[in-house]
Ligand binder design. Sequence first.
Ligand SMILES: Cc1ncc(COP(=O)(O)O)c(C=O)c1O
Length: 444
Amino acid sequence: MPGSTPTHWYNILADLPFELPPDIPPPPAPAGAADAVTPQLPLELVRQSMTRERHVAIPPRVLAKYRTWRATPVARARALEERIGTRARIYYKYEGGNASGSHKLCTALAQAHAYAAAGATRLVTGTGAGQWGTALAVACQEFGLDCKVYMVAKSYHDKPYRGTIMRLHGAEVVPSPAAGRPTVGTGVHPGNIAYAVTEAFADARATAGTQLSVGSGEAYSILHSTVIGLEAIEQLGPDEQPDIVIGALGAGSNFGGMAMPFVGRKLRGEADVRCIAVESAGCPKLTRGEYRYDHTDGSGVSPLQKMYTLGSRFVTGGAHVGGLRYHACSKIVSALHHHRLVEALAYPQPDVFASGVLFSRTEGILPAPESAHAVHAAIQLAKEADEKGETPVILFCLSGHGLFDLSSYAEYLDGTLADTPVSDADIRRSLDLLPRLDEQVVGR
Ligand SMILES: Cc1ncc(COP(=O)(O)O)c(C=O)c1O
């Protein structure tokens, strides 16, 4: 379905029927510890995070870059529908067809533009699956910035060619934690996004002209990603609007980018639509976490935001979905979930890979493991609808391709892909380490 590139992003803050809980500055660092992390956001991103305008103009240089690959296609998954024998109509919006291979380029370009305009010469970041790191590498190259990526060690070793792509676009990439480096608890853990961001923070503090850029979760990254949902609304047209909208959830820019324009329509009374965030059962912050103040990284010194979290010290197991292994969820998506305006589902890794393989065999695109969560949810919801005799229109975001994830698909095909269950005790232990600040913020 052809479509046009929107000229404005959609800002959900304009339509929220409640105030978001304020961020809280970090507690004072103990003597000798690292200083509090105070990210230096360019004014452009501050404005985009705080404005209540419903439609925020996309800067012309960013729009020109978007137009090189957007609008991205929306397709009906007819072969998949036929294979599972559903009467539901399933559509997917494919975000994997750009230089970086995922939806992350929407915010990477907008951020690189804002940081370059504010005088930065180098951006650093933490990346989970590597999709964000790749997107930032591409965007930095487009806007003439140097780039260094701290990549969650497990993904770094599982997907060496992700690093090659980043280097191809001029970025430096290193594993996080660095090989052999002891971290939280005992021994070396496989890394997680919070820790990679902590390492990137330290680099930004120590290097002149360098800023930390984060790929997801912040209000501006969701705003930048709303081109996805806005295009889908236009592409599906008034007679085929979805009853169910689905996106995989890491920290929120993918789900938020697809769903926020639809949530806005729901809040304005223009449409009745279920928006469903899909997380990994190996990192179930919305479905099993608590709505609490927590740090956005693993350092314990970043500002606190109120969000659904498993605790910033939560160590995810070896799940092959680096992009969904973030301990918490964007404060915007969290608040919407808290107010029951969006829903959440979590699925175990083997079921998700089975659906990824089925999608590849029927529709011809191998989904990134993160995106396969959305595929799996679409299939499950279609089957549920069939059982109830309903025929919904289901739309999901196919947020990236899985061509660098072949080692995990090979494990699935070999029957060696592990499930990565999380115990209640693990979650409790991590949540018990959270600062007890909720009592201080009365009435929110
Ligand atoms: C392909 C893909 N889809 C979805 C996600 C989750 O995205 P977000 O963190 O924006 O929620 C990621 C994260 O890396 C990803 O790589």
